[in-house]
Ligand binder design. Sequence first.
Ligand SMILES: [Zn+2]
Length: 319
Amino acid sequence: MIGVDIGGSKLAAGLVDDRLRIIKRLQRSMRGQDTAALLDTVAGAVAELVSTAPREVAAVGFGIPSLIDRRSAASLMAVNLPLKDVRFGALMSERLGLPVFVDNDGNLAALAEHRAGAGVGSDHMVLIGLGSGISSGLILGGELYRGAIGAGAELGHMVIDLNGPPCQGNCPNHGCFESLASGTALAREARAAAAAAPDTALGRALRDGRELDGPLVTELAYDGDRAARGVIELIGVRVGVAIANIVNIFNPQLVVVGGGVMGAGEMLLEPARAELARRALPPLCKLVRVEAAAFAHEAGMVGAAVLALDGLAAREVRL
Ligand SMILES: [Zn+2]
């Protein structure tokens, strides 16, 4: 199988065996590309993996941060990519000459964690991926829940602040979870905290012209800088607010938190759990665990391979 995880600015593709071990990986930047260039980059990356595979590749799974219409494998719209009304599955299948399966990146990360990661044995599980945006996926009753046409579980666009900041890209809303707790939001809060506390390491980093992104803020927080720690805690509290909503609605056993921002680990999860305990209905918040994802950056890729494996198996059953 080949699993392809298409992110907001880059793709990660991997050759994955039937036991979900990644045999070979490659990455490509897609920054600033229009639809045609993006499709070329994706098809080129897969073709390169196919050409170096030791055995014939049976199928390709794609995870895309967009609303997917499962009936046609089309991308209806993406908040952060030029993929509006693109017949992604059909185009890729034509270009690659292979069976192609397409799903939302958050759904696939949930599938990977449920099948082989932190969620093994938890049939009521929610995944949240904190990256440049926020992806998410729901496993309910042991199955991925996708909604009527497959576009469901966009928990990143749940409003957690009625008067919050505008959301990103093509989302018309404001005060979304994504606009308040993604890596992008973390960087914005870090700039504000640095300006307000120029005598801290975070403040000095701003003065030195460094980019206050997730990895730098996390590093400074681990070093004990109070301003950087404050930013991580603020994001953690907001994650806890969102999880309280999720727990009240779905009563999951487990909430798995992944994505690039989770480099902060327990520094972020501890305030999240405390906020969850303050806000969720008491019996429910005692029954749920909030844990870090097992697959750091590779959940989408592994989940895409699971999607392809399951998709082929379902076809064989139908035949
Ligand atoms: Zn939004």
